[in-house]
Design a protein around this ligand. Structure first.
Ligand code: GSH
Length: 311
């Protein structure tokens, strides 16, 4: 089944997934969404989750790269968790996509003038993420210093001549570090910082090797064509439901670090391997919405509670 990415060009987390398609060498559908709310083509499937990227595979909807990459792994092609690091790639990606992502936001955007961001973007990020432009500007030197540590550690890791952080094959940890650097390199106001990062020994060659995988075989789709894929039956759910939650209860799933409304559904899975809720979508039937366990806040709801309007 064709994986379908909901994304916009400038998103570093979307670039991570586009690059993962390249590493895997697989075909994928592309649905473009705005970089600010509302995103109705996306939220009619997720219930509310509006962060970028989201990937749909049939009636299975994957929110957050922590759920998306394991789903892509199941589609075959080159592994995103190659030996010898294997699952350790997840820990490295979690550091790169967590505290290091915030540091790279400062490095990339700290010197960007407000008019280059646009009023709509600034209002969206203020309301959803509490972004404070003045504070971001003041924190930029500190955050840039934090981000430079990632390039230095990457350089140290590559010093023995290995092609990627785990050896000969690229993995999820490489992609997470790569997308942070890609973000800084994509912002003209951060050109000096990007140059300093890439000037660390071995880093530019490693970056070029990852970029060389490209983005796989991208096919543009309309949102309605993508919705039709959701009429398939969702995949059987693996894993279980850890206490204090119980299978079948109505829950809301929200994310640490933003104020977006929770996605509401019936809980099918909640363990270290991830979260799955079932929800009904007009025109498509039941879909399963997947999240990683890390970074998600689950709130049990009275079973009669109805979903609010999509974000
Ligand atoms: N933990 C998420 C983070 C995704 C994220 O923060 N994406 C940014 C864009 S790169 C976002 O959602 N920004 C708000 C938006 O796109 O509406 C993941 O790994 O996918």
């Amino acid at each position: 089944m064709l994986p379908i990415l909901y994304h916009y060009d400038a998103s570093p987390f979307a670039e991570l997934v586009r690059a993962a398609f390249g590493v895997k060498g697989i075909a994928w559908g592309s649905v473009m969404v705005p970089n600010i709310l509302p995103k109705p083509d996306q939220t009619r499937l997720t219930g509310s989750y509006a962060r970028t990227p989201m990937v749909q595979v049939g009636a299975d909807i994957y929110c957050d790269t922590g759920a998306i990459l394991p789903a892509l792994e199941a589609l075959g092609g080159r592994s995103l968790y190659p030996a010898p690091l294997g699952p350790l790639h997840r820990m490295i990606a979690s550091w790169a996509n967590g505290p290091q992502f915030l540091a790279h936001v400062g490095a990339a955007m700290g010197a960007m003038p407000a008019d280059a961001m646009g009023e709509g973007f600034i209002k969206d990020r203020q309301a959803r993420f509490g972004m404070d432009l003045g504070q971001l500007g003041k924190s930029a030197p500190h955050l840039t210093g934090q981000a430079m540590v990632a390039s230095a550690w990457l350089s140290d890791t590559l010093a023995d001549g290995r092609a990627f952080i785990g050896g000969d094959a690229p993995g999820a940890g490489d992609l997470a570090l790569y997308s942070n650097l890609w973000f800084v390199a994509a912002v003209p106001f951060a050109a000096d910082t990007a140059a300093a990062m890439l000037a660390r020994p071995h880093v530019a060659d490693w970056y070029a090797r990852l970029a060389g995988f490209g983005h796989g075989d991208r096919q543009e789709l309309t949102a309605d064509a993508a919705l039709a894929h959701a009429s398939a039956a969702p995949l059987p759910v693996s894993g279980g439901v850890d206490a204090p939650f119980a299978a079948g209860m109505m829950v809301g799933v929200a994310q640490e670090g933003n104020r977006d409304a929770p996605s509401v559904g019936r809980l099918l899975r909640c363990d270290a391997g991830g979260i799955v809720i079932a929800r009904d979508v007009d025109g498509a039937g039941t879909v399963h919405v997947h999240f990683p366990r890390l970074g998600q806040v689950i709130t049990p709801l009275p079973s009669r509670e109805r979903e609010g309007p999509a974000a």
